[in-house]
Design a protein around this ligand. Sequence first.
Ligand SMILES: NC(=O)c1ccc[n+]([C@@H]2O[C@H](COP(=O)([O-])OP(=O)(O)OC[C@H]3O[C@@H](n4cnc5c(N)ncnc54)[C@H](O)[C@@H]3O)[C@@H](O)[C@H]2O)c1
Length: 462
Amino acid sequence: MVFVCKEAAATIITMMSATKKRLKIAAVVTIVLGLIYLLRFLNNTSLISRSSTSGQQQEEEQQRQWPPTENVQQRNLQLAYEEQHALFEAQQLEMKHTKEQLVHLEEQIRSLQASTPRKYPKVKYLNYKNRKRILITGGAGFVGSHLVDDLMIQGHEIIVVDNFFTGRKRNVEHWLGHENFELIHHDIVNPLFIEIDEIYHLASPASPPHYMYNPVKTIKTNTMGTINVLGLAKRVMAKVLIASTSEVYGDPTVHPQPETYWGHVNPIGPRACYDEGKRVSETLSYAYAKQEKVQVRVARIFNTYGPRMHMNDGRVVSNFILQALRNETITVYGNGKQTRSFQYVSDLVDGMIALMASNYTQPVNLGNPVEQSIEEFAQIIKQLVGGPSEIKQTKAMEDDPQRRKPDITRAKTLLKWEPKVPLETGLMKTISYFRNELARSDRFQENSKKYFESPDLQRSRP
Ligand SMILES: NC(=O)c1ccc[n+]([C@@H]2O[C@H](COP(=O)([O-])OP(=O)(O)OC[C@H]3O[C@@H](n4cnc5c(N)ncnc54)[C@H](O)[C@@H]3O)[C@@H](O)[C@H]2O)c1
């Protein structure tokens, strides 16, 4: 503008030096030129402002458009992604925080458990002189766990060694953490080095389905396992009680069976791994007694029953009770005329403890001399359980002994021991145990079915 005015002034001055007419024309031209410049200037300014307003309008227009243009879509996506990402990060942080809290809580629970004394069955206090350190191999099994209970209550220190083949931690869990109790997971086929005063050697599968499952292992347990136990007893000068069996008599030809009877065993039959294994176990015991002066006791145990028996034991007591509880047919192998005698587990434990405490070194029968035919026994179980189960005969088992009845004169005279628990009382306790176990396993099955059918699990499957 200044430049325009200056230009106009210069023109006027030039004109002034010309004629008056020329001066007038120059003035008019100058004014016209000035006006043109002014108009141009004003026009330019209004154009700029008009173009910026139209840019904003365009953007707004674009935003209002639907469906959005590609750019808008991308931006929206970007915004949504950023929002989700922020949410995810916040959740991760929260999860980390929750995990930390959980670890802290677990630690607190552990320390609380450690400081809260657990409720154990009452045990007697024995002073150092009278308290023995007792090793029970197979102590998590049926008989072993009852022996643990009795010896713990008497106030002794108990070490259980078990490979949990047929035993369960649950059988001795009520002692876990007690200062007098220790549980070692160990296979007795391997040597063991501990300091003890007495050993009850029970480690061995005991029922036909279990000992036939791996016959070679059954023989190893009863031979190498017994050598390890006797070797340990020799090293630490401990007294050993070997849990032998009435099976050493095989299918007996003498009734009732006294300890002096040498037996009638098929050395290559399906039961041989157990029968011959136990016979070697006895032989080894007397060899160590003679050669190494180890103090040995041998209990020849007859059929025993009671709570904590294995559900898949496969023997007559558990078979009949479970069949009756499930309202299934009670199956009797063969004609049912074969006989058995059943002792309740607490009677056996009393007998074993009495034998260990005695000075008697020859084998002793521990069993109930009350003989029962299998057919009669099936009737008793059916009656005690109740329910609609029928009794039916099925194919006889190979090498199934026809008669089994202990002569317990030795135990009676030397140990002042004989079974006390009547069959009905013992059976009622056993039936109630199996009823609870069945309910427990039904509950477990139901819960696992629920779990496997849960929509969450289905969803997480690929
Ligand atoms: N229950 C009876 O009617 C009966 C009759 C005669 C003899 N016995 C003898 O009494 C003992 C105990 O019998 P149970 O009825 O309690 O049987 P069980 O099967 O309940 O107990 C045997 C225990 O030994 C453990 N075991 C097996 N092999 C082992 C190994 N290699 N190392 C460490 N642990 C091992 C098992 O896990 C189990 O805890 C056995 O030696 C058995 O031969 C029992």
